[in-house]
Design a protein around this ligand. Structure first.
Ligand SMILES: [Ca+2]
Length: 272
């Protein structure tokens, strides 16, 4: 009995240590991870608040949107109207523009290490520009369609109209990995314009007024940002004038959204 009593403090200490060591991260990673709902759970739905509203070129068929150094970078689509632009946020004024010639239909863009990467829809060819001068400095190939593009700072993340996202290595454009995007167990297809926001991928979904927020490791939709009502439908004439275009100002934690042929661009705050 006396022996057990003497051993007990050691036992308690050992248990405390083992439970401490098992705490966060099963693989030894002590970094606290954002809790994720179980895979089968439906994603949360968030609403929004308009912080600011700015003019946007209602002839711009927006396919890619980025914020860099306080200016917008925008890619516009449609054959014969495709372009890469630098745009003044507050006025919508186009400060610099290069046209993408026929037959190309420009799609998503990403900015990585001083270069802008721009997809084309069906030509399996991307263009690379110097981010300052817009001089074309190269091109790259990929299979399938090109829809949206973003970067996590290492890879280029490409959507192709399916529920798959490809992570391309920018050194040689090989597919480093892919994720399949699911809301619970439902595939989320037609993923379009993309943005990397605080460790998650934000994705427009074609003809949907909601943005999916996606875990870049698992592909699970963690939430929907419901933007219904943001742009009154009565003000849009073209059925293809849909929500498309997400830009994130990392330095100031500001989120911007617009749509194809929309006359306005919005800064929004997500209400969780
Ligand atoms: Ca974007």
């Amino acid at each position: 009995m006396l022996l057990i009593l003497k051993l007990r403090p050691i036992l308690v200490l050992a248990l405390a240590l083992s439970s401490f060591q098992c705490q966060p991260g099963a693989n030894g990673d002590a970094t606290p991870k954002k809790p994720e709902p179980p895979p089968n759970a439906p994603a949360a739905v968030y609403r929004y608040q308009i912080v600011n509203m700015w003019p946007h070129d209602s002839n711009a068929f927006t396919q890619g949107l980025i914020l860099s150094d306080g200016k917008l970078l925008e890619s516009t689509g449609q054959e014969g109207f495709s372009s890469l632009r630098r745009v003044e946020l507050e006025t919508g004024k186009v400060l610099k523009k290069v046209d993408v010639p026929k037959p190309y239909f420009a799609e998503g863009i990403a900015l990585l290490n001083g270069k802008i990467y721009q997809l084309t829809w069906q030509h399996q060819l991307g263009f690379i520009y110097d981010a300052q001068t817009f001089e074309r400095v190269g091109q790259f190939k990929y299979t399938g369609e090109g829809w949206g593009l973003a970067t996590d700072g290492t890879s280029l993340i490409l959507s192709d109209g399916s529920n798959r996202l490809r992570f391309l290595d920018p050194s040689d454009f090989h597919v480093a990995r892919t994720i399949t995007v699911l809301d619970g167990q439902t595939p989320v297809n037609e993923l379009n314009e993309l943005e990397f926001v605080q460790g998650e991928i934000y994705a427009n979904v074609w003809h949907d007024n909601r943005i999916a927020t996606i875990n870049p490791q698992s592909g699970h939709v963690t939430a929907w940002i419901d933007l219904n009502g943001l742009m009154p439908e009565g003000e849009l004439q073209d059925p293809e004038a849909v929500l498309n275009g997400i830009a994130y100002d990392q330095a100031n934690d500001k989120l911007y959204v617009t749509g194809k042929l929309w006359p306005r661009l919005f800064e929004i705050k997500v209400k969780k």
